[in-house]
Design a protein around this ligand. Structure first.
Ligand code: 5GP
Ligand code: ZN
Length: 114
């Protein structure tokens, strides 16, 4: 039994709005957006947070960064800019204990966002 909600999203056991997916990563819309663009880049492999990254994770890290870049392109914020944030540990506000990167951007009203 795996109670991890992001593992369930990765395995399509619970629905999510998928923006982009590659072999090692899924990017979804955050269910409670805190910005006009608020996406989550999630590695398919379960680790808790950045503290648990080691050399065996190097290909996953490249895949996450390529997925972030692609999702930013889909959201039309490559040129206007976006922030990438990863909370590590409950003291930093992490609530889902499966590594993920928030992709956040705000743009002027009327511009096309996903
Ligand atoms: P954290 O606080 O751990 O850095 O971020 C967890 C994020 O996951 C929060 O922004 C929260 O809104 C989002 N989240 C939690 N559960 C779900 C879910 O079931 N679906 C989606 N799409 N986002 C979720
Ligand atoms: Zn997980």
């Amino acid at each position: 039994m795996d109670p991890c909600i992001f593992c369930k999203i990765v395995n399509k056991e619970i629905p999510s709005e998928i923006v982009f997916e590659n072999e090692k990563t899924v990017v979804i819309k955050d269910i409670h957006p805190q910005a006009r663009v608020h996406l989550l880049a999630i590695p398919k492999k379960h680790i808790e947070c950045i503290n648990d990254i080691d050399d065996s994770f190097s290909e996953d890290l490249l895949a996450i960064h390529l997925a972030i870049k692609e999702a930013a392109s889909i959201a039309n914020v490559v040129d206007t800019g976006y922030r990438v944030i990863s909370n590590c540990g409950s003291g930093a506000g992490q609530t889902v204990m499966h590594l993920h990167y928030h992709i956040m951007a705000d743009k002027g009203i009327g511009e096309k966002l996903i």
